[in-house]
Design a protein around this ligand. Sequence first.
Ligand code: 5RP
Length: 222
Amino acid sequence: MTQDELKQAVARAALDYVAPRLDRDSVIGVGTGSTANFFIDYLAEVRNDFDGAVASSEATAERLKQHGIPVYDLNTVSELEFYVDGADETNDRLELIKGGGAALTREKIVAAVAKTFVCIADESKRVDILGAFPLPVEVIPMARSHVGRQIVKLGGDPVYREGVVTDNGNIIIDIHNMDLSRPVDAEERLNQIVGVVTNGLFARRPADVLLLGTADGVRTIK
Ligand code: 5RP
């Protein structure tokens, strides 16, 4: 199977996982990226069975609306049963690196509100130790150099992601070669740097369920 076919398989599995648990009042959190896009396309099949969605990016909001799925401001929603999103890396504890698509801050906010975070990923994303994928950090633009220097002190190599402005008007620094063997610790240290909005480690709040696309089918890991 190609990587896209694996992504489609986990997106379909996510729909099968959440759809029976939705009712006409349910609002669902939806992530960003190519795997999440497949999920959105499947979600459209059941759009009359739930109320609407909260999007983790402008791109996701646009795609949901194109399918006729109402998109709500998170502040108007009291409860999110599910958040469904992809990842750039996952370990066996369902700790993640996210933010390859620069949507990490809104993704982390929506994930924080959701009762159940369902991560959907093809098997190329599974690693023993996080960090081969450069860790994205969203940064207030005027703090770029300061944050870069602090990242170097923590042992990472910061690389400014040229030409990218987040939906929040900020920039992205990708951290290469940092020791992420203790992900919760690394997440907290990076968030303490003044000027960092958030970082793409989802370790303090990992996924609850991972639907992993493999050549032998979709594995459910909790
Ligand atoms: C966007 C993300 C995505 O979930 C992550 O980059 C995975 O993307 P894809 O499903 O296209 O492989 O965190 O900020």
